[in-house]
Ligand binder design. Structure first.
Ligand SMILES: [Zn+2]
Length: 253
């Protein structure tokens, strides 16, 4: 009997609110985190809109108490889920502010070029979300400083631990990971063309029906039309096995 009433109370405390473009579900005792998430997510939504991505009018965000820490965007629907053991950044190594920016990068891309296709590699989509997330985290910090999250913390510094490792790996000429290789591709592409040109690039990919077979040649043709430098084209040629999904290769999707 006691157990049943506990379960009932727990369910009764789940809240659902609409805040800007987001519908957010959370347990009542973490309301301040739900509201802080809403503020960050709406900030990123506005940036996506300004850059021309035309993000989905309504995005679902679920905060779920769990036995693991995991943040992910649904591959084919505008849904983001944060599974958490703790929401205190001093207790878990998660970077909540950057993570939300990263997931919104996925939402922005998938809304134009759906992930449900036969050519996009895991690294292609993760690299895009990494670099979009990094760019927007800088803007977020300019606006809110360390106070974007209920426990103030320097999410820019926490992000820099990763970006510095990546920079150092390239500078040392290490045999860098596929993840770093893809990040570097998107970093260069956005530096060359600007974030506000990226929706155009994704729309071209969609309307020109980039897909396998020969998705690598089709993406290359899009890069040429997009007017990237010869250096970046060469980089793509050398690393395309990480960016494109080849049906018979060993790389994970
Ligand atoms: Zn991701």
């Amino acid at each position: 009997m006691t157990l049943i009433s506990v379960v009932f109370c727990s369910n009764a405390q789940t809240e659902k609110i609409k805040n800007g473009h987001f519908v957010i579900s959370y347990d009542k005792d973490i309301e301040e985190y739900a509201l802080a998430s809403a503020r960050i997510l709406n900030f990123v939504w506005e940036r996506l809109d300004e850059f021309g991505f035309k993000p989905p009018k309504k995005v679902v965000f679920n905060l779920v108490k769990s036995e693991r820490n995991r943040l992910f965007a649904h591959k084919n629907k505008p849904i983001i889920t944060l599974e958490y053991t703790s929401l205190d950044p001093s207790k878990v190594p998660a970077n909540f502010a950057y993570g939300l920016c990263h997931e919104m990068g996925h939402i922005g891309m998938f809304h134009i070029t759906p992930n449900k296709n036969n050519w996009m590699s895991l690294y292609y989509r993760e690299g895009w979300a990494d670099i979009f997330g990094e760019n927007i985290t800088v803007l977020l910090y300019e606006k809110f400083g360390i106070y974007a999250w209920p426990n103030p913390y320097n999410y820019l510094e926490r992000m820099a631990i990763y970006t510095n490792m990546r920079t150092q790996a390239f500078e040392k000429g290490d045999d860098v990971s596929a993840s770093y290789i893809s990040d570097f591709f998107w970093k260069k592409l956005i530096e060359e063309k600007g974030m506000d040109k990226m929706p155009f690039f994704f729309r071209q990919i969609k309307s020109n029906r980039v897909r396998n077979p020969d998705a690598d040649k089709k993406i290359r043709a899009e890069l040429v039309k997009f007017g990237v430098t010869d250096d970046l084209l060469e980089y793509f040629d050398q690393n395309k096995q990480h960016l494109i999904y080849y049906p018979d290769n060993k790389y994970d999707r």
